[in-house]
Design a protein around this ligand. Structure first.
Ligand code: FES
Length: 129
């Protein structure tokens, strides 16, 4: 059976938003999936507790690209606390669904956001010492 992707998944795969790197990012997270070998890197620029800018690079499948693209759109302009609430389920819903075998790709997007936020918190704690 052929896999079917929603229009939104196709759109975010063909025209991913916020691709690239941020030179002066203050939160960077990199995660990988051991099974498929895909890697996702997320860059955050946080000012006064708000995500002013976010960029990503994904070396992975189409669903990984689409979910990271959607995840960046969902957290841009949000507070750290709001971004921490981001779940892969919310990303999948925003994309109008993913084939079941591709759900793990959306988990990578959630993990990349959380890893970047954690890196930001670590840097902040180190500054305050
Ligand atoms: Fe690995 Fe999609 S197949 S992230």
């Amino acid at each position: 059976m052929a896999m079917t992707y929603s229009e939104k998944v196709r759109d975010h795969f063909a025209n991913p938003r916020n691709v690239g790197t941020i030179e002066d990012a203050n939160g960077v997270g990199e995660v990988g999936n051991a099974v498929c070998g895909d890697i996702m890197k997320m860059y955050l620029k946080i000012e006064n507790g708000v995500i002013e800018d976010v960029k990503f690079n994904t070396f992975g499948c189409g669903a990984a690209i689409a979910t990271s693209s959607m995840a960046t759109e969902m957290i841009k302009g949000k507070t750290i606390e709001e971004a921490e609430q981001l779940t892969n389920k919310a990303v999948v819903e925003a994309l109008d669904g993913l084939p079941p075998v591709k759900i793990h790709c959306s988990v990578l997007a959630e993990e990349a956001v959380h890893a970047a936020l954690e890196d930001y918190r670590k840097r902040l704690a180190a500054q305050q010492q």
